[in-house]
Design a protein around this ligand. Structure first.
Ligand code: LER
Ligand code: MN
Length: 273
């Protein structure tokens, strides 16, 4: 069954970013439940910044599940990523992601690697070398997540945020080159609107390898406030049998509560049960 989720950021340095709720984990969970969301997606400052028992209690009390946990704070706070030239920094980046997997995994949720993939052709690291380091990290972290019976989610980003993987097609090629089968792709409709020729066709081409969806409009406002046509996208997700989360990673526009409300209404319109 497709499930709705909404993002909660706890990262001060990410202010201005595309997260619906901010700072208050308990308040975000309560509002998510009130509006009828199935789940929350959490963006924490680090793996140990959120007490697992507190998070578990908030989920149980609000009858929510945990959709995913983002690792992006490793980059925005710690300037860590998986393709930095310094081996010690790359190792720190992997340890950071493992700490997020250790938080999310026991609650049945995957960690997401987005900005932690870094970029090639900066600081003297060529494309092939960066690709090798990224692949090695995905192998190790994908196997690590398997210990919790959760996938690892890898996110293609638009060209202004990375030059590693920008499209679903490139993501599929990367995943197919790995030995681990425990890494799945994140289809972020904002990034796809910039990079894909045809978002619905790209989703169909990702059949079997799409593990998470970021539900958002062309301008990163909540779905319904930009120019993305969600009808063919919803049809493509149905056609490929996608049955995981549709998660609102969108700007809190015009404000947090309205963004959440608009998103759950759009979810119900485009993904009726
Ligand atoms: C994270 O999910 C994402 O989409 C990135 O654009 C954040 O930098
Ligand atoms: Mn995203």
């Amino acid at each position: 069954m497709l499930r709705s989720a909404v993002t909660i950021s706890l990262v001060n340095e990410a202010r201005g970013g595309p997260f619906v709720f901010w700072d208050d984990l308990a308040g975000g969970c309560r509002k998510a439940a009130e509006l009828g969301f199935d789940a929350v997606e959490v963006f924490p400052p680090s793996g140990d910044a959120v007490d697992p028992q507190t998070l578990k209690k908030l989920l149980v009390d609000n009858r929510l599940t945990l959709a995913a946990v983002g690792t992006g704070a490793g980059w925005v706070r710690g300037k860590l990523n998986l393709t930095l030239p310094d081996a010690a920094k790359r190792a720190e980046a992997r340890a950071f992601i493992k700490s997020i997997i250790d938080l999310a995994g026991p609650l049945g949720a995957p960690a997401i690697i987005g900005s932690m993939q870094g970029r090639h052709s900066v600081d003297g690291v060529d494309q092939q070398t960066a690709r090798g380091w990224l692949s090695e990290a995905l192998e190790e972290l994908g196997d690590y997540a398997r210990g919790y019976a959760t996938p690892l989610i890898y996110e293609p980003l638009n060209r202004y945020e990375t030059n590693m993987v920008n499209t679903v097609e490139q993501g599929v090629a990367l995943l197919k080159s790995l030995n681990t089968k425990n890494v799945l792709l994140l289809a972020d409709l904002f990034h796809m609107n910039i990079e894909e020729v045809d978002t619905a066709a790209a989703l169909r081409a990702g059949r079997g390898l799409i593990g998470h969806v970021h539900f958002v409009d062309s301008n990163r406002r909540p779905a319904g406030n930009g120019h993305i046509d969600f009808t063919p996208i919803a049809a493509a997700l149905k056609e490929i049998g996608y049955d995981r989360y549709i998660s609102a990673e969108a700007l809190p526009w015009p404000d947090n509560d309205t963004a959440a409300k608009q998103t759950i209404e759009a979810f119900r319109k485009f993904f009726p049960r």
